[in-house]
Design a protein around this ligand. Structure first.
Ligand code: ADP
Ligand code: MG
Length: 391
């Protein structure tokens, strides 16, 4: 991905026209897809997550001021903010993701420098592949390179999460920023959100991960996400635990009937989904197709009937994925309510799968979906200087 010459040319040319000089620093950070573990992160459970080759690039140049000036190629927008300001940006909400990172870095006593930057992302925006974390983590990497200090990747992830929680105002868990900072090329990550430990794991040969984008966008700041979070917190409290992660299946079975019905459904989903993360991780490593099929089906079933985050577009996509050649299993991804879904597909049949899903979904919804395989990419990084010089 970092060798894509067209992308580099586009960004370089835009930088030159916007700021009148070439960039001298390039950073990138990936989006992610969860292979199992919907909404488990803020319940301190486990997630099987994949940092993907779709990523956000920022080309930058220090500008010797206390202002950050940005152009987003995705939005076709220019905007700027003062590093010393603390308020949100009413005209350009997207700037808050960048400004939030600058604020948190300064709160932690790190020096930040004004810069000019062009942003370009191949992560679709607001589609559940975490373009917001990719932007935050790429920005933190730019400040890091310009400031001459370095954060450990986990610290960077926590800081970017804090920026999204406190400055942007989205109460997300750690999944997105963790994956974007801690990604390793070629590996899925089995993340434990309680102690923030993770294990890199390879996916069995012959199985490809395919993103199936419904093109029905969702809003994470919408009330559903916060409502699910509150219901989980209520459930944990009523069950006498700090987080649902602490609730054992036995304890839940004994006390579920004491919970309000909707809260019990949410809790049941989280407990089952958390357990599925480990069984899917094992099945993906050894390539047990039947287990992958069953676990992904159970995950989507829970998303529909227990967590209630499935939308009509997601049902249409699920039907298209399950009817396509080469499919091993399929489920929701991200927060749900539209956006992207994920399929596990036999490598030799990825193209046939994509063609079939496209026509089936288009016929059912009159919407052209986007279907593409992804591979595991490295986490947030400065794009190599050798590469820059070779250009
Ligand atoms: P997701 O993280 O699933 O893509 P979010 O709603 O959490 O969805 O974050 C999307 C928001 O992040 C966008 O609406 C925009 O404000 C900001 N954003 C992400 N990538 C970019 C980009 N390349 N340029 C400008 N803003 C971006
Ligand atoms: Mg996001």
């Amino acid at each position: 991905m970092t060798h894509d010459p067209h992308r580099r040319d586009l960004i370089s040319r835009t930088f030159l026209t916007t700021f009148g000089a070439p960039p001298d620093l390039w950073c990138r950070a990936p989006g992610r897809v969860d292979l199992m573990g919907s909404h488990t992160d803020y319940n301190l459970g486990a997630v099987l997550t994949l940092p993907i080759g779709r990523d956000t690039w920022i080309a930058a140049r220090a500008n010797s001021t206390r202002t950050v000036r940005l152009h987003s190629l995705n939005l076709g927008a220019d905007a700027a903010f003062a590093l010393d300001a603390t308020g949100k940006c009413a005209d350009h909400p997207w700037l808050d993701y960048v400004h939030g990172v600058a604020r948190m870095l300064q709160e932690d006593g790190l020096s930040v420098t004004g810069f000019d930057g062009v942003i370009h992302s191949t992560v679709p925006l607001r589609s559940g592949l975490s373009s917001s974390a990719a932007l935050e983590c790429a920005v933190a990497t730019v400040f890091e390179a310009l400031g001459g200090w370095q954060l450990a990747p986990l610290q960077k992830a926590l800081l970017c999460q804090r920026a999204e929680n406190r400055h942007v105002g989205v109460n997300c868990g750690i999944l997105d920023q963790f994956t974007s900072c801690m990604g390793q090329q070629g590996c899925a990550l089995l993340l434990d959100c309680r102690d923030l430990s993770s294990h890199a794991m390879a996916i069995a040969k012959g199985i490809r991960i395919v993103i199936c984008d419904t093109r029905a966008q969702r809003e994470l700041t919408g009330s559903e996400y916060g409502e699910r979070r509150e219901q989980c917190e209520t459930g944990a409290r009523l069950l006498g635990c700090a987080a649902l992660r602490e609730v054992t299946p036995e304890h839940f079975a004994a006390h579920a009937h004491e919970l309000p019905a909707s809260v019990a459904k949410r809790c049941r989903f989280i407990l089952e989904e958390h357990a599925r993360v480990y069984t899917l991780a094992a099945a993906l490593t050894t390539g047990e197709r039947d287990a992958i099929r069953q676990l992904t089906a159970a995950s989507f079933d829970g998303a529909c009937h227990l967590y209630e985050i499935a939308s009509p577009a997601m049902h249409a996509m699920m039907a298209a994925m399950l009817a396509a050649p080469g499919v091993i299993g399929a489920r929701q991804a991200g927060a749900g309510f539209g956006g992207c879904m994920v399929a596990f597909v036999e490598e030799a049949q990825v193209e046939a799968f994509a063609t079939a899903v496209r026509s089936h979904y288009l016929a059912a919804t009159a919407v052209e979906p986007e279907i593409y395989p992804v591979t595991a990419a490295a986490g947030a990084e400065r794009i190599g200087q050798n590469e820059e010089e070779a250009k």
